[in-house]
Design a protein around this ligand. Structure first.
Ligand SMILES: CC(C)(COP(=O)(O)OP(=O)(O)OC[C@H]1O[C@@H](n2cnc3c(N)ncnc32)[C@H](O)[C@@H]1OP(=O)(O)O)[C@@H](O)C(=O)NCCC(=O)NCCS
Length: 173
């Protein structure tokens, strides 16, 4: 079993976030959505995150008490392997996300990272976490269900112009 810890990145560590978000293999899950924000690439899902934005992003995000963000670090190699977060949405839900850098996907990091993440969120006083996950992402969903997440809503998102069934999943902590 992989051993991981969660780590709050410094401004200088944000090269890894930039690297992940510039990698089409990592970001393919994010491609094809009809959204328009600065730096979003519809075809690959990549998001520009140049060094000039790091400081402001770090200050802005980490001064928000309703935002949590951490790198997933392999304890044995000390390498950054992915990142995860939660934030309070406009609907008053703490929505989470987890992304593993493509090079490290499929190596068993998701379960230990979720374990650490859920206990951290609970310690931080979060009482429920939500995520929205395409129904086609069966491997990730299986892990979420094993951790006690349940489907509470379904909706169709539009990905590359086609309907894509998504589940909204929730876990009480
Ligand atoms: C979803 C994601 C976080 C999973 O992280 P990961 O470290 O690659 O996942 P793991 O290697 O721990 O695998 C998770 C499960 O999928 C299975 N799996 C992974 N790759 C597989 C493959 N190629 N074939 C079959 N099963 C596979 C694993 O066996 C594991 O299940 P198990 O614990 O029951 O054995 C990662 O793929 C990712 O970043 N995807 C893009 C973003 C995303 O989809 N985020 C989550 C939903 S919004």
């Amino acid at each position: 079993m992989k051993k991981v810890k969660l780590y709050k990145p410094t401004v200088e560590d944000l090269w890894f976030r930039e690297q992940c978000m510039a990698d089409p293999d990592t970001m393919s899950y994010n491609a094809g959505y009809d959204v328009s924000y600065n730096g979003y690439h519809y075809d690959t899902g990549c998001i520009d995150f140049p060094k000039s934005e790091w400081e402001a992003w770090h200050t802005n995000k980490f001064s928000n008490p309703n935002f949590y963000y951490a790198y997933i670090v392999d304890v044995d190699t000390n390498e950054f392997v992915g990142y995860l977060n939660y934030h309070l949405s406009g609907e008053g839900r703490y929505e989470m996300g987890i992304v593993m850098y493509s090079k490290y996907q499929g190596q068993g990091y998701m379960r230990p990272a979720m374990q650490e993440f859920l206990s951290t969120a609970k310690q931080n006083g979060i009482t429920a976490l939500w995520d929205s996950v395409p129904a086609s992402r069966e491997k990730a969903l299986k892990v979420f269900f094993d951790f006690g997440f349940e489907v509470v809503e379904e909706f169709n998102s539009i990905k590359f112009g086609k309907e894509d069934l998504c589940y909204i999943i929730k876990k009480e902590l």
